[in-house]
Write a protein that binds this ligand. Structure first.
Ligand SMILES: Cc1cc2nc3c(=O)[nH]c(=O)nc-3n(C[C@H](O)[C@H](O)[C@H](O)COP(=O)(O)O)c2cc1C
Length: 241
């Protein structure tokens, strides 16, 4: 099984999203998957210009010559694609959105009705199953409501299955050095590894594990207090209150 992660955090290797991805992939690899992460910020991906060349002039091929030409074949060759993104302004990061816009060569212009009677474009390429890994700065899990709906729609648009979603509110804790060896953080990473194993073995995350993954790593009030202390300390360094 081939899993490809498209990580849309501008912080790439050093980001909180990647900390989640690494633990997840560790579990997936231990269960036999072949897995790689593509850091989108290291790639040249221009915004879609809406010229429809990929539909009407050179079907399946975009007019823009940049790194998307190598990324789409990687997607087609994967069994599972993971969209990994931080929450930016209640949505996916701009890098991720750019990447998703440039995926339109997977479809052709013709309309078809889905099972619910709603139109979508006909998918002409082999598309993988998809999943999501995301984190955000605020502590509540409710900050993922836009992403939850968005990826449900993306799976519908791509005529594929959204097999798993891992969302982590209070994501700043993941890279907080003083918490590295702290038991709750190590426990959370072990849950991510388990999720990687379950996705490879069963093609989904069990309801029990999903519930565990959604629990706060640190009590909300403690998270807010430590965030405030951090901002205060950083602003004091520049003489700002
Ligand atoms: C431009 C920008 C917008 C953000 N918007 C949100 C937001 O709407 N809600 C939220 O909870 N966190 C928001 N955040 C915080 C990030 O989601 C958070 O810092 C996350 O841990 C970053 O992940 P990364 O290290 O993988 O990039 C935002 C951060 C930036 C820079």
């Amino acid at each position: 099984m081939k899993i490809t992660v498209f990580n849309g955090s501008p912080r790439a290797e050093k980001g909180n999203t990647n900390i989640m991805v690494e633990a997840f992939l560790e579990g997936a690899r231990a269960s036999g998957a072949e897995a790689e992460t593509v850091f989108l910020t290291h790639k040249k991906i221009h915004p879609c210009v809406g010229c429809y060349t990929c539909w009407l002039k050179t079907p399946g091929k975009c007019a823009i010559q940049d790194d998307m030409a190598e990324l789409l074949p990687i997607m087609y060759a994967s069994d599972i694609v993971v969209f990994a993104t931080p929450v930016y302004v209640d949505n996916v990061s701009g890098i991720t959105k750019n990447f998703m816009d440039r995926m339109i060569p997977v479809a052709d212009p013709y309309f078809e009705k889905d099972a619910g009677g709603e139109c979508r474009h006909k998918i002409t390429s082999k598309v993988p199953k998809i999943m999501v890994i995301s984190n955000c700065g605020f502590p509540e899990q409710s900050h993922f409501q836009v992403l939850k709906l968005l990826f449900k729609r993306i799976a519908r648009n791509m005529s594929t299955e959204l097999i798993a979603e891992i969302y982590r509110g209070g994501g700043a804790i993941l890279s907080e050095k003083s918490f590295m060896l702290w038991f709750p953080l190590r426990h959370y990473k072990s849950l991510l590894r388990k999720a990687g194993g379950e996705v490879v073995k069963h093609g989904k995350i069990s309801a029990e594990l999903q519930e565990e993954l959604g629990k706060p790593i640190i009590p909300e009030a403690q998270y807010i207090k430590s965030a405030e202390m951090y901002f205060k300390k950083e602003l004091a360094k520049i003489g700002h209150k």
